[in-house]
Design a protein around this ligand. Sequence first.
Ligand SMILES: C[S@@+](CC[C@H](N)C(=O)[O-])C[C@H]1O[C@@H](n2cnc3c(N)ncnc32)[C@H](O)[C@@H]1O
Length: 365
Amino acid sequence: MTELLDHLCRRIAIEGPLTIAQYMEECLGNPKYGYYTGKNPFGRGGDFITAPEISQMFGELAGLWCGIEWMAMGQPGQVHLIELGPGRGTLMADAMRVAKGVPGFVEAINLHLVETSPALREHQRGQLAAFNPVWHDHLSAVPDGPALIVANEFFDALPIRQFQRIPDGWCERLIGVDENSEHPALRVGWASPLLVHPLVPEHLVSADIDSVVEVSPAALNYMRTLAERLNAGQGAALIIDYGYMKSGAGETLQAVKNHSYSDVLADQGKVDLTAHVDFESLVNVAVESGVQAFGPLTQGAFLKSLGIEERAENLMANATPEQAKLVQSGLERLISAKGMGELFKVVAVTSPDLEPPVGFQEMSE
Ligand SMILES: C[S@@+](CC[C@H](N)C(=O)[O-])C[C@H]1O[C@@H](n2cnc3c(N)ncnc32)[C@H](O)[C@@H]1O
């Protein structure tokens, strides 16, 4: 039994069953045993690989996007460049290399990294110390002022709650202790039904019986904080994640270990837990908060419109055959439908005074 499972069983004995959100919070962020707390889960030897770890082009284009938005903002002399969930710091290291090519931009940047994992903060320090980053536990702690915000695969790590429709209404899915198991184990159960649950979106209330609806109050609150910040001051945010364009019913909570799917209720703290991001709801929250939202569009379309194919050609022209192969395979993985090109979506959120950002201009015409 993992130490986290032991802790969860005790917590459930005292407090009763946990919501899926409470379970995810514990599994990912428990200060002693959480998945992200002490571990570097990235790369071949880890559990998963993210876009910036696949190819330098991803972070470079994020840096280019930020540089162009900084110019669109009138080149403020001080700008907070904020990354939410920076992982190993790879995206930002590649972005800063490109930022140096935009005259005056690097000098204007105050770098802020919003990261809860002590182990990953150390990786980020190793990559980004030259830019004097300041770390925060939450976006709300970053000082006011013009801001550029980047979040890649951050929202999918925020906890979700699950609701299932039964003939009597909607029940929240809960996690309790499996009393019938010979070994300590957890099992899924249900809270008593409510005819209409306040968290189930109105347009899904009449979904088919047995439908599961996922809602992430944590993600919606994060988006509200982000949007209120961009409404109060100038700025733009780029949000990239895997998820769906339109809110709908469906179960997407998943556990990943060693690049394969695994059991959500096993190996607590040793497997990554994520859920698909509901981009429609995120966009709605942003717009309700008074800012502009653009997208979602697919990652493939976004990266192509920023010139990833040209950048790949340029890199390959100066590369050894092995390096060129890596550039080509990275390009395909990032933009093809078989890779991340369609599943991953991109949304931009900007303060009301800015024009549609680069990558989103055609779709707003
Ligand atoms: C899947 S990783 C993505 C890392 C990086 N953006 C990349 O693309 O490689 C999720 C990141 O978000 C961080 N994280 C997860 N939940 C967080 C939270 N509530 N607040 C701040 N950071 C969080 C993790 O520690 C990790 O750095």
